[in-house]
Design a protein around this ligand. Structure first.
Ligand code: NAP
Length: 259
């Protein structure tokens, strides 16, 4: 894969949250290929190391829902990147459950807001000084088409991703005049562990989400992350909405008969 870089990325450091699987893991690999030093965090340190070590990235335990863990992680990033942080990819997150509003559970909503929205808020707050200090920082938030569409059973997840989108857009306004770009990458269906997590490990139900259609891969989205990051520093890609060809809307998916 080739990417045009505006200048050498040899000394640039990127942080990727949720690097232990899916889009985060693919972003760790592709950012390393593009020349970034990469520090990645997630809760499952064993899985995270399996991603990071082969490509020479740094794996650090991180739970974005825990303010103290975020503080410790940010201090370690500042120690490892004293020249400042070039890129923060807020990717950690996901969905839990797919129930109608009458049946949806508070704890699912709380988990989704904690990981997708408050986790991004905490990471951004903690690392913003370092992003500014780099002189050319960039925050890429992994949103979703759920950030501007809704669908039955998706109330908690779509509310969280709508919230994340509001946070991203507010950040772009508030950072005007600072050397920090702000981008949202909003994917449609991507085949990762997302559906397995959503359906509490029910592999059959998770597989059915992608039945008869060709979903995006984690690498398709990592490609967008690297592309947005490697535009010249005066170019801010506000939003990238990326869907599979087989998906026109959250609930409108073209499926071929499955044998
Ligand atoms: P995934 O394979 O389940 O990966 C989710 C990642 O987030 C894992 O590495 C997980 O690591 C990490 N994570 C979750 N909670 C965390 C926490 N509290 N602290 C730190 N890390 C945490 O799913 P994915 O599809 O790659 O999801 C990545 C992002 O893309 C999510 O924000 C998701 O909402 C978004 N997205 C996905 C799709 C899709 O169709 N797959 C579509 C649109 C948007 P640990 O469990 O090890 O902590």
């Amino acid at each position: 894969m080739s990417h045009t870089t505006s200048k050498t990325t040899g000394s640039k450091t990127a942080v990727v949250t949720g690097g232990s699987s899916g889009i985060g893991a693919a972003s760790v690999r592709q950012l390393r290929s593009a020349g970034y030093q990469v520090i990645t965090g997630a809760r499952r340190l064993d899985r995270l190391r399996e991603v990071a070590e082969p490509v020479g990235a740094v794996a650090l335990e991180l739970d974005v829902t825990d303010p103290n863990a975020v503080k410790t992680f940010a201090a370690e990033v500042e120690r490892r990147a004293p020249e400042g942080l070039s890129l923060l990819v807020n990717n950690a997150g996901g969905a839990l459950g797919m129930d109608r509003i009458e049946e949806t559970r508070d704890e699912h909503w709380e988990w989704m807001f904690q990981s997708n929205v408050l986790g991004t808020l905490r990471m951004t707050r903690a690392l913003l000084p370092s992003l500014i200090a780099s002189g050319a920082g960039h925050i890429i938030n992994i949103g979703s088409i759920a950030g501007f569409e809704t669908y039955p059973g998706g109330s908690g997840y779509t509310a969280a991703k709508h919230g994340l989108r509001a946070l991203t857009r507010t950040l772009r306004l508030e950072l005007l005049g600072q050397p920090v770009r702000v981008t949202e990458v909003a994917p449609g269906l991507v085949e990762t562990e997302f559906s397995k997590v959503r359906f509490a490990g029910d592999a059959d139900r998770a597989t059915k989400v992608y039945d008869g259609m060709t979903p995006l891969t984690a690498d398709d989205i990592a490609d967008c992350v690297v592309w947005a990051a490697t535009r010249p520093p005066h170019v801010n890609i506000d939003e990238l909405v990326v869907r599979p060809l087989d998906q026109a809307a959250a609930t409108l998916v073209h499926r071929r008969p499955v044998e």
